[in-house]
Design a protein. Structure first.
Length: 512
């Protein structure tokens, strides 16, 4: 029994010692892992510090180099040669010092080639500066010649775009005099006829051609297309502004007659819309298509409209009848966001899905324009003219329509959330299925004959229009619902249609 107890005791001692060894090994490994993490973190910090110092040194070197280069460019040629001469003297002194210290006196005194080599090295900086001047001068001369050629080309294109080359229209007056005797008295009648003569199409037996005037018009349209590189900046920034002024003036001249007639007409005249339709017709002419192609062109990177580069020239711009959805116009050209377009004329323009977010369109003329699904979020349309404008499905969230003239405008399905409609005129406007509420709409000035559906009345108007003591819509009887809609129409003059928006139900058509 004693031996067994002694054996058990030894086993326990060995087992305990083994456990302690395992624990000790575990602690050593744990300490090693911790130390490794600390070393890794320390190395990471050192590497990051080294990288930061290297970047700082590199940036400082770049800044110093840039300052020296800028300072060198500011110096005139005389100072550059003087600095090169000083550098040559210093270089020669350093070379002589090194050579004198490491060479024999006989080599220095008796070798003519050695001195020629030294002179060549010392004079190299000055020679390099002089060569640089000549190279810069040659490049400047080539650049000036290129600018002269571009300037002459631009001047010729400007002449053709303006129509100065068009043949003059000759006015011919013919006077016919007749004399007759009546009651012994001679009576003389004079008849004056005036006619305009254009250059006639020459008679050719073998091929078809066109008249001189038709050819001049074709040249004018071609010149407009050729203005695109100047407007885009391919030939330098100096041509861009004059090209834009020329294009803008050409568009206004093309629409001048119709615009002048609109100014002379009364706003209620029936002829107004016939004239406005002519704006669209002229924009679809060959000259209008050419001007549209160039005016709505993108920059060299094809990322944005070139008009964005002339923000100070956009107020009161005339683009009446222009088509932003033309085949040759990129979809990126429809982005007119954050532009100052105060007083701009977009009458009868095609602006389908155009983007006017955050744009200023105060006093803008948008009569008859097509703004289908246009993005006008946060746009300022204060006192804008939007008569018969198609705003179907347009996004007008947070837009400012204060005092806007929206007579007979189509706002079906438009999003008017949080829009400012104070003092706006909605006479005859189509508001069917539009997203708005009565709190917004009641601030408008005129709602006579504005159209909504019965669902619009139930969802957007009745909850805020009803009195506090009135019941909810679902709790009203059919007769009470009809009375509520009749009362609303009597107060506002609005028209309520059925759910499909096709048949007028309130006030009844006979009573209207």
């Amino acid at each position: 029994m004693g031996k067994v107890a002694s054996a058990r005791k030894k086993v326990c001692i060995y087992f305990t010692a083994f456990c302690w060894k395992i624990i000790l090994i575990f602690l050593i490994v744990l300490d090693y892992v911790c130390q490794s993490k600390r070393l890794t973190n320390m190395w990471k910090k050192l590497i990051n510090q080294f990288v930061a110092e290297r970047d700082q040194f590199t940036n400082s070197g770049k800044q110093l180099t840039k300052k020296l280069i800028d300072r060198w460019k500011e110096l005139n040629n005389a100072w550059k040669v003087f600095c090169a001469g000083i550098g040559s003297i210093i270089l020669g002194f350093l070379l002589l010092s090194v050579i004198t210290a490491g060479s024999s006196k006989s080599i220095i005194e008796g070798s003519a080639g050695f001195w020629n080599f030294i002179i060549l090295i010392v004079s190299a900086p000055v020679a390099f500066v002089i060569w640089h001047f000549r190279d810069e001068n040659n490049r400047q001369q080539i650049e000036n010649q290129r600018k002269d050629i571009n300037l002459k080309e631009f001047q010729k294109l400007s002449e053709w775009v303006s129509g100065a080359h068009l043949p003059e229209i000759k006015t011919v007056s013919k006077t016919t005099q007749k004399s007759s005797l009546k009651d012994g008295e001679e009576i003389t009648e004079q008849t004056t006829e005036q006619s305009e003569e254009y250059a006639k199409k020459p008679d050719t037996a073998h091929f078809d051609t066109f008249s001189k005037r038709d050819g001049a018009i074709a040249l004018q349209i071609s010149a407009i297309y050729n203005l695109l590189p100047f407007f885009r900046g391919d030939y330098g920034e100096s041509f861009r502004r004059p090209a834009f002024n020329l294009l803008k003036s050409a568009w206004q001249a093309m629409q001048f007659d119709s615009l002048q007639q609109l100014e002379d007409l009364d706003s209620s005249n029936n002829e107004k819309w016939k004239i406005i339709n002519k704006l669209r017709q002229r924009a679809e002419s060959p000259m209008g298509v050419a001007l549209t192609h160039v005016l709505l062109s993108l920059n060299q990177e094809n990322t944005k409209l070139n008009l964005h580069d002339f923000p100070e020239m956009l107020p009161n711009i005339c683009l009446a009848g222009i088509d932003f959805a033309w085949n040759s116009v990129s979809t990126n050209a429809r982005d007119l966001s954050k532009l100052n377009l105060i007083g701009a004329n977009f009458q009868k323009a095609m602006l389908v899905q155009a983007k006017f977010r955050w744009s200023k369109l105060n006093y803008a003329k948008l009569d008859g324009a097509n703004l289908l699904k246009a993005e006008l979020q946060n746009a300022i349309l204060e006192l804008a003219e939007l008569e018969r404008t198609n705003l179907q499905g347009a996004h007008l969230v947070n837009a400012n329509l204060q005092g806007a003239y929206l007579v007979n405008a189509n706002l079906q399905g438009a999003y008017l959330g949080s829009a400012n409609l104070e003092s706006a005129v909605f006479e005859g406007a189509n508001l069917k299925n539009a997203h708005f509420n009565w709190i917004q709409l009641k601030k408008s000035a005129v709602l006579l004959s504005a159209q909504i559906t019965v669902l619009d009345f139930i969802k957007n108007i009745y909850p805020d229009w009803k009195e506090k003591n009135d019941s909810e819509w679902d709790a009203l009887t059919e007769e009470d619902q009809t009375k509520a809609m009749q009362k609303f129409c009597d107060e506002t003059g609005m028209l309520i249609f059925d759910e499909d928006g096709e048949q007028q139900i309130m006030p009844p058509p006979l009573e209207k």
